[in-house]
Design a protein around this ligand. Structure first.
Ligand code: PMP
Length: 361
C-alpha cells in the first residue's frame, strides 16, 4: 500500500517533503560523517539545528522576546503535571475550565500539587460545547486559569480567547497550535505536544512569558524547573534531538507554505467541506458539537447505524483513507485535519462518505 490520506489524531500525518528530508539526513548529516542521531546535542552542528528550529517557530507563531520557548520530552501530559510545580505556590488555587477529556486530564495531573478547581465544565452536556464565560466561577487568588484550546477527542474548540482577569491564562494547544494566527500575548503560557501540527511525537513545546518563570512555585527537582530549562536552552539533560530536528523541518515547511495565515485559510476550507458533508447527509452522518464550538482540527462523527462502522472503516481503508476510527471514549468516527492534511484528502473523504451512503443507504 502506498501512503494513504491519514486522519490519525496523533501521531499524525506529516508532510511528505519533511519525511523525505528526514530520510535523506538519517544516514549522514551535513559533513559530520554521522547521522544526526549520532552526534552530540552540545556540538555546533546540533546547536545550529536546535536554535534554527526555535527561531523559525518564533517567526511562525510571532512569539515575542519576552516569552521563552522550552523544548522537552514527556509530552503535554508532563507539562500538565509541572504547571502547578512551577507556577503555583503550595496549596494555591488553580482554575481549570474543562471542555473535554484533555481538560479533565490537565486537572487530574495538577491535583496532587495544587488546589485545582473546576471553574466551569461542559461535561454535563457531554462536552458538546465550551462552558459559557458567564458561568465560570474563577477564584480570586488563582495562580492561573487553564483551558484546552482544542479538545482532540470531543472536537470542541474555543473560537475566541476568553477574558480571565488578572490570573495568567495557560492553554493546551496540543491539537491546534499553528493552525491559524494567534495572539500569544493574551496568554501566560501555551503548550503543545508536537505530534499533531508541529512534527513528530517525543518533543513538547512550552511557550511561557518570562515573568512567570520568576515565580517560586514549589519544591521540585531541578529537571522539572522550567526556569532552569529556559536558562539551559532546554538542555539540562540530553534533549530528544531527532524529534527536535524533525520539528524544525516541519516548522520550516509551514513557513515555506505561507505560514499560519495560509494554514488558517486551508483549515477553514477543509473543515467547512467535511461539516457540510455531514450536515448535508440527511442524518446519515452526524456531528453533535454546537456549531460555534466545532473544531477545525478534529471532527468526530457518527453513522446513523453503528452496525455499519466496521464496513465504513474497512472500505475507507481500501479507498486510501486511514485512521478514521473514533476514540474509545466517544466511539464512532473521527477525522483529524491537521496542517499536513491536504484539501484533496478531505475531498476524497467526503466523496467516499457520499458513495458509502449510496451503497449502504
Ligand atoms: N492535550 C491534548 C489536547 C491532546 O490531544 C493530547 C494527546 N492527544 C494530550 C494533551 C496528551 O499529550 P501527550 O500524549 O503528548 O502527553
Amino acid at each position: 500500500m502506498s501512503r494513504a490520506y491519514n486522519f490519525s489524531p496523533g501521531p499524525a500525518m506529516l508532510p511528505e517533503p519533511v519525511l523525505r528530508q528526514a530520510q535523506a539526513t538519517m544516514l549522514e548529516f551535513g559533513d559530520t560523517g554521522a547521522s544526526i542521531l549520532e552526534i552530540s546535542h552540545r556540538g555546533a552542528d546540533f546547536l545550529a539545528v536546535a536554535r534554527q528550529a526555535e527561531a523559525d517557530l518564533r517567526t511562525l507563531l510571532s512569539i515575542p522576546d519576552d516569552y521563552a520557548v522550552i523544548f522537552t520530552s514527556g509530552g503535554a501530559t508532563t507539562v500538565q503535571a509541572l504547571l502547578p510545580l512551577n507556577f503555583a505556590a503550595p496549596g494555591q488555587a488553580a482554575d481549570y475550565v474543562v471542555s473535554g477529556h484533555w481538560g479533565k486530564t490537565a486537572l487530574k495531573q495538577a491535583a496532587p500539587c495544587a488546589d485545582a478547581r473546576t471553574a466551569a465544565s461542559s461535561e454535563d452536556g457531554g462536552f458538546r460545547d465550551v462552558p459559557p464565560r458567564e458561568q465560570w466561577r474563577l477564584s480570586p487568588d488563582a495562580a492561573y486559569v487553564h483551558v484546552t484550546a482544542n479538545e482532540t477527542i470531543h472536537g470542541v474548540e474555543w473560537r475566541d480567547i476568553p477574558e480571565v482577569g488578572n490570573a495568567p491564562l495557560i492553554a493546551d494547544f496540543s491539537s491546534s497550535i499553528a493552525s491559524e494566527p494567534l495572539d500569544v500575548t493574551k496568554f501566560g503560557a501555551i503548550y503543545a505536544g508536537a505530534q499533531k501540527n508541529l512534527g513528530p511525537v517525543g518533543i513538547t513545546v512550552l511557550i511561557v512569558r518570562r515573568d512567570l518563570l520568576e515565580r517560586e512555585g514549589q519544591p521540585r527537582a531541578p529537571i522539572f524547573d522550567y526556569r532552569a530549562q529556559a536558562n539551559a536552552e532546554s538542555m539540562l539533560n540530553t534533549p530528544p534531538s531527532w524529534n527536535w530536528y524533525v520539528l524544525g523541518l516541519t516548522v520550516k515547511w509551514m513557513l515555506d507554505e505561507g505560514g499560519v495565515a495560509e494554514f488558517a485559510r486551508r483549515n477553514a476550507r477543509k473543515a467547512a467541506l467535511l461539516y457540510a458533508a455531514i450536515d448535508g447527509s440527511g442524518g446519515y452522518y452526524r456531528n453533535e458539537v454546537a456549531t460555534a464550538a466545532r473544531s477545525r482540527m478534529n471532527v468526530p462523527f457518527f453513522l446513523h447505524d453503528p452496525a455499519l462502522d466496521a464496513a465504513f472503516l474497512s472500505e475507507a481503508k481500501q479507498a486510501g483513507l486511514v485512521a478514521l476510527k473514533g476514540h474509545r471514549v466517544l466511539g464512532g468516527m473521527r477525522a483529524s485535519l491537521y496542517n499536513a492534511m491536504p484539501e484533496a484528502g478531505v475531498q476524497a473523504l467526503v466523496d467516499f462518505m457520499r458513495e458509502f451512503q449510496k451503497t449502504h443507504g
